[in-house]
Design a protein around this ligand. Structure first.
Ligand code: TYD
Ligand code: ZN
Length: 410
């Protein structure tokens, strides 16, 4: 079911220092049907450590991928208009800069094909790879050919044999999700053209630490991406980091561009991020214990507020049911006795229960008709989009509790 990581995933050293324990939790996307509420629910330790040799922050317990990424995965990239636009802009930039006429663009972890779909109509070829069969079929049917596979060295080699080398390979929010990162990067190195680029986008470990984003720690996120440890990983497979871009989305994200070593100039942003990571100290005890302390403080503050307003007869609900929200709710032990429901726009989540806490998930229309007093904004990374969409709620006196990156009631 799970294994204890005794060695670092990148450098294979044994110096892992655990700094935060979020308790035993179910996989944060393992929503339950109401009938399952009485069955035994598997929970696994959610603890995080830093490798003091290469600075990679990583989970100490690795849950088997089959348990984390079920064949009918419910997350869909396309549910957020802002994320759809974000990925379309990324795809366009990479295609304009790096992909020649009729070049091949591959996306690892392509989900429902949102990014690649934005390239249809251009003079290039696209291929998605995603192990969630329902999404792979859906994407293929919508014009984005998608292999229903976990990407690894063998898959990378097979794609190259069939389609030729790739000019660009995207991996958005996927490098954090794989245990065998060496296998993936080996496959990328095998598939990539000599003048191709590998573009990794992932939540940035520096932002997580600086902005107290402990709810981005969940079983699916086995590693917390930073330039230093990933540059080291790439180097072992003949790739070199050539550029780093920082983005505000998802609470702070980096894009790491890598290319076959020596083929392209290295942009100053690479050194700047390496310096920043050294200055902060991704495995320094002060940095990491301060982060753990802020998580505990937020738990105290949030629970106290919920209990105080409920004591005055007010009703509290949750807005959205993201993976990070489930981590927060399980860590704070906020269940349906205090949070009446979670309103989420993803049809596949509606009618289900949140993992661990078993809070019912309802459509946003229910929230709009219901007139609750407080709503915890669990997907705080989509704050601007949601506050705009739900302006009615606040106009009639409702308040959003925004837990992170700074606790706020708005
Ligand atoms: P996401 O940002 O992917 O967070 P995580 O990676 O922690 O799961 O999830 C956002 C969730 O919020 C998803 O369930 C869809 C939902 N959502 C809404 O219900 N309405 C919205 O307007 C937006 C932007 C998201
Ligand atoms: Zn290491």
């Amino acid at each position: 079911m799970f294994k204890v990581a005794s060695r670092c995933r990148v450098c294979r050293g044994e110096n892992l220092w655990e700094f935060l324990d979020l308790g035993d939790q179910p996989p944060s996307n393992a929503l339950l049907r109401p009938a399952q509420a009485l069955e035994h629910e598997p929970k696994y330790p959610l603890r995080v450590a830093a490798c003091t040799d290469c600075d990679l922050i990583q989970l100490t317990h690795v849950v088997a991928p089959a348990l984390l990424f079920p064949a009918d995965y419910v997350y869909r990239s396309s549910v957020s208009a802002a994320m759809t636009a974000h990925f379309a802009a990324l795809a366009r930039e990479v295609a304009d800069r790096f992909v020649p006429k009729n070049g091949l663009v591959v996306e690892i972890g392509s989900n429902d094909g949102t990014l690649l779909r934005s390239l249809l109509g251009r003079d290039l070829r696209v291929l998605g790879v995603d192990p969630a069969r329902n999404l792979a079929l859906e994407a293929t049917a919508s014009g984005v050919p998608t292999l229903p596979e976990f990407f690894n060295a063998a898959v990378g080699e097979a794609i190259r044999r069939e389609h030729g080398p790739a000019s660009a390979i995207h991996a958005n929010n996927v490098m954090a999700h794989v245990d065998d990162v060496h296998g993936v990067v080996k496959g990328v190195a095998a598939l990539l053209a000599e003048d191709g680029v590998f573009v990794v986008e992932a939540p940035y470990a520096v932002d997580m630490l600086e902005h107290s984003e402990f709810d981005t720690i969940y079983h699916e996120h086995m590693s917390y991406v930073a330039v230093g440890p990933f540059a080291r990983l790439f180097r072992e497979h003949g790739l070199e980091v050539i550029e780093v871009q920082h983005q505000a989305v998802h609470g702070g994200t980096i894009r790491v561009f890598a290319a076959p070593a020596g083929r392209r100039p290295v942009h100053p942003s690479v050194g700047e991020h390496l310096d920043l990571e050294k200055r902060i100290g991704l495995s320094s005890p002060e940095t990491l214990t301060s982060f753990a302390r802020r998580a505990a403080n937020l738990r105290r503050t949030l629970c106290a507020l919920v209990d105080d307003v409920r004591a005055t007869g007010k009703r509290v609900v949750g807005y959205t049911a993201p993976a990070k929200g489930n981590v927060l709710l399980n860590y704070c032990r906020l269940g349906p006795d205090r949070i009446e429901y979670l309103a989420d726009a993803t049809p596949a989540k509606q009618g289900l229960l949140s993992p661990g806490m078993h809070i019912p998930i309802v459509p946003p229309d229910h929230f709009r008709a219901d007139r609750a007093d407080y709503a915890i904004l669990l997907a705080w990374n989509h704050r601007a989009e949601i506050l705009a969409k739900e302006s009615e709620f606040r106009a009639r006196g409702g308040k959003f509790i925004v837990p992170l990156p700074t606790f706020e009631v708005v």
